[in-house]
Write a protein that binds this ligand. Structure first.
Ligand code: GSH
Length: 216
């Protein structure tokens, strides 16, 4: 298996944590994609993932799988513990629901803020964005507000249970944690008014898979 990504980025970090949780890191070859040079917007990469983002999993038979949740499901279903996407119908549904909320309210929202309301990945990427900068900036700022509302929502969830989908660590926690990593990069941190979220973040940061994931 190969993972096409770039170390240190939030969505790639999701997969690197999953690989560490599952004990699969050594089975993967990482292929670096130069996002700063817009390599992911060129034809060779778009043939692997038409949406032009990383990470992408390449299977040994040449099939490409993109979307972090799809890659996670593939790796989780290969074998091994812990199970990150649930076992029973109820667990699977709860994890899927919270994972979707973490995608929408946290990791996608902070990504939109980063790419549209800040210089993002720099000059080489500007050609691939809308020229209407003023409008994009407003959209980015609105997504920052959405991200902040998302943090407050997850704080309320974590006030009554240890992990986002209940008693067990899951892919939803990985997504939310990596969203907070991205936020910290743009100086948006968990405010003191959200203690349950802050305590959860500190606990997740101590997991060996998070501390020792490849490519930090
Ligand atoms: N929905 C995708 C999002 C992937 C994504 O946005 N990846 C970022 C890196 S963290 C990226 O490739 N950004 C490049 C760009 O938007 O130009 C997933 O779940 O994998």
């Amino acid at each position: 298996m190969k993972i096409h990504d770039i170390p240190g980025f939030p969505n790639p970090a999701r997969i690197r944590i999953v690989l560490a949780e599952k004990g699969l890191t050594e089975q993967v070859e990482f292929v670096k994609v130069d996002l700063f040079a817009a390599e992911h917007k060129q034809q060779a990469f778009l043939a692997k993932n038409p949406t032009g983002v990383v990470p992408v999993l390449e299977l040994d038979d040449g099939v490409f799988i993109s979307e972090s949740i799809a890659i996670t499901e593939y790796l989780d279903n290969l074998d091994g513990k812990p199970v990150l996407t649930g076992t029973t119908p109820r667990e699977k549904a709860m994890i899927h629901m919270m994972q979707k909320r973490a995608d929408d309210q946290l990791i996608d929202a902070i990504g939109i803020y980063f790419h549209h309301a800040t210089p993002g990945l720099g000059e080489a990427l500007q050609a691939y964005k809308s020229p209407e900068w003023a409008h994009r900036k407003e959209w980015g700022e609105r997504n920052l507000e959405k991200f902040k509302r998302g943090m407050a929502y997850f704080d309320s969830v974590l006030a009554t249970q240890p992990y986002l989908a209940g008693g067990q660590f899951s892919v939803a926690d990985i997504t939310a944690y990596c969203a907070l990593l991205h936020a910290a990069f743009v100086d948006v941190t968990v405010p003191a008014s959200l203690p349950a979220l802050a305590a959860w973040q500190a606990r997740v940061a101590e997991r060996p898979s998070v501390k020792n994931r490849s490519g930090q």
